[in-house]
Design a protein around this ligand. Structure first.
Ligand code: ZN
Length: 96
């Protein structure tokens, strides 16, 4: 059975994998993959899987790698991510 949402999730998964493996040599590709994944999710009004939420900046949509272009810390049961590309913070509540 054709399931567009399932298919989209699979493509998003692949795009993030590609983003991860390209980041060292071609960071600009990683940022493009994140944008593609976001467009797929938007088109299908898909909720972005939470496991990917920490992997990009919600302000500039760049791919984020902790210790390289982002800084991650936990404060008051929230994950706080500093994007070094645009110097802004993303806060994600931790599930209890
Ligand atoms: Zn950013």
């Amino acid at each position: 059975m054709y399931n567009p949402k399932k298919l989209a999730l699979e493509r998003i998964e692949i795009l993030f994998k590609e983003a991860e493996s390209n980041f060292k040599k071609h960071p600009e590709r990683s940022h493009r993959y994140v944008n593609l994944a976001r467009k797929i999710a938007m088109r299908l009004t898909l909720k972005f899987p939470s496991k990917f939420k920490r992997r990009f900046c919600k302000h500039c949509y760049k791919y984020l790698k902790p210790g390289v272009n982002s800084q991650v810390r936990i404060h008051k049961s929230r994950v706080i991510i500093l994007c070094k590309e645009c110097r802004r913070y993303t806060r994600i509540p931790l599930k209890p």
